[in-house]
Design a protein around this ligand. Structure first.
Ligand code: GDP
Ligand code: IMO
Ligand code: MG
Length: 421
């Protein structure tokens, strides 16, 4: 059986920490989409680690980790990450596997990402510039190169052919940066990648499932960044939702059991695009400061605002969420008043649905207010002993979404997690 952990907002919900916490109960942890645009933070003791491509179960010696076919892989980032992980004594020969169908991110994909963003001016997506969009375009355009192609003796010829195509596009953008240093790094990293475990991912995972092993699929980004159901065009280029698990790993839908959705106790977004509950004021600044809301991949300040229950109800629906983990509840400790968005006023009409194109209509969030709890909850271990005001906040959200919040994260460390029975 496969359980899924994924983000219900615009990414950075705390997936890395939660996957790391759950990993001990699983045999396989598998990434099914996205690439090095992800930044998943977890702690090994007091050491903070940010993973971009390797699944967040890698620090548990008894799990194996799979990079699935739905991922786009940058060999350069992977090599660096492998070096970091190995320095902790983890044997990647034993516990990291990569699907041969996983598409490669080439240096020219990164260049194209940059050129495309520059050409968009103030309509830019705010991409992480890791080459994600161009790599997925080559996949759906049936041009891309895959990890399995690295083992073909004609790989360099295929690379040069695709690079020439990219060069024409770059010329169209008048992009003239020298990328030869990137290419040198790329070929070094490709050699390293050839030495890792390259497998047929779909057989690998289905054999494990047939042996009764437990698989945890780890999402990247969040549902509001999904290519189909997110705030298009301000989205990433993959299906970040539970349906993406099937196409991104090669498992059948009936294998999926729990879908564990992660939300912060408030909301953030990094990059451009609509964000109905964004706070461009002192409260937003306070959330950013207390929550240390700066991107794990790019270091950019994250936009902050109140929790959006309209968006969360939508993302629970799209994913079939069975339980929720609420992270960063401790960040709200010092706020006197908290707000939750329960509907939108769209052109003067109240609605509880996500509209087609948020950025093109006049839109205002409708809030319900709560009194804060004004108490430090970082050391709490028991849900029953949490402040009453906090329980009221959580229970309201529970009722509104119709999906139980089963875990509350009250700090970045592994052990800071409360279970609600
Ligand atoms: P991901 O992309 O979903 O894995 O999330 P990120 O790692 O990008 O961002 C989450 C940030 O919040 C990281 O810096 C985590 O260390 C931190 N974090 C996770 N859970 C908690 C929590 O419950 N409380 C606090 N204060 N920080 C948390
Ligand atoms: P994790 O897995 C937050 C955002 C970018 C940009 C848009 C498109 O750490 O939650 P892309 O590089 O994919 O072309 O960027 O998506 N974005 C993320 N935001 N967390 C992420 O990943 C993100 N990955 C991409 O900021 O707005
Ligand atoms: Mg992140």
């Amino acid at each position: 059986m496969v359980d899924v952990i994924l983000g219900l907002q615009w990414g950075d919900e705390g997936k890395g920490k939660i996957v790391d916490w759950f990993a001990k109960d699983y045999d396989v942890i598998a990434r099914f989409q996205g690439g090095p645009n992800a930044g998943h933070t977890l702690y090994v003791g007091d050491k903070k680690i940010v993973l971009h491509q390797i699944p967040s179960g890698v620090f548990h010696p008894n799990t194996v980790n799979l990079i699935g076919n739905g991922v786009v892989l940058d060999p350069v980032t992977l090599k660096k990450e492998c070096e970091t992980v190995s320095s902790f004594g983890i044997d990647l020969k034993k516990n990291l596997f990569i699907s041969e169908r996983t598409h490669l991110i080439l240096p020219t994909h990164r260049a194209l990402d940059k050129a495309a963003e520059l050409s968009k001016g103030n309509q830019k997506i705010g991409s992480t510039l890791k080459g994600i969009g161009p790599a997925y375009m080559d996949k759906t355009g049936r041009n891309g190169l895959r990890v399995g192609d690295l083992l073909d003796k004609n790989f360099t010829t295929s690379y040069i052919r695709l690079r020439l195509k990219h060069q024409k596009l770059l010329d169209n953008y008048s992009f003239s940066e020298d990328i030869s240093a990137w290419e040198e790094e790329f070929f070094e990293a490709v050699d390293f990648l050839r030495g890792l475990n390259i497998v047929n991912g779909e057989y690998f995972i289905n054999e494990k499932l047939n042996q009764g092993k437990k698989v945890l699929a780890e999402g990247a980004q969040g549902t509001m960044l999904d290519i189909d159901f997110g705030t298009f065009p301000y989205v990433t280029s993959s299906n970040t939702i539970s349906a993406g698990v099937c196409t991104g790993l090669g498992v059948a839908p009936q294998r999926i059991r729990e879908v564990i959705g992660i939300t912060k106790a408030y909301c953030t977004r990094v990059g451009s695009g609509p964000f109905p509950t964004e706070l461009n004021d002192e409260t937003g600044e306070e959330l950013r400061k207390v929550g240390n809301e700066f991107g794990a991949t790019t270091g950019r300040p994250r936009r902050c605002g109140w929790i959006d229950l309209v968006a969360l109800r939508y993302t629970c629906m799209i994913n079939g969420v069975t339980k929720i983990v609420m992270t960063k509840a401790d960040v709200l400790d010092g706020f006197n008043e908290l707000k939750v968005c329960t509907s939108y006023r769209l052109n003067g009409r109240e609605s509880t649905e996500i509209p087609f194109q948020m950025e093109k209509i006049s839109m205002e969030p409708v809030y319900k207010s709560f009194s804060g709890w004004n108490k430090d909850i970082c050391a709490a271990k028991d849900y029953e002993k949490l402040p009453e005001n906090m329980k009221l906040y959580i229970e309201f959200i529970n009722q509104f979404l119709g999906v139980p919040i089963r875990y509350i994260s009250n700090g970045p460390k592994r052990e800071q997690l409360l279970t609600i029975e």
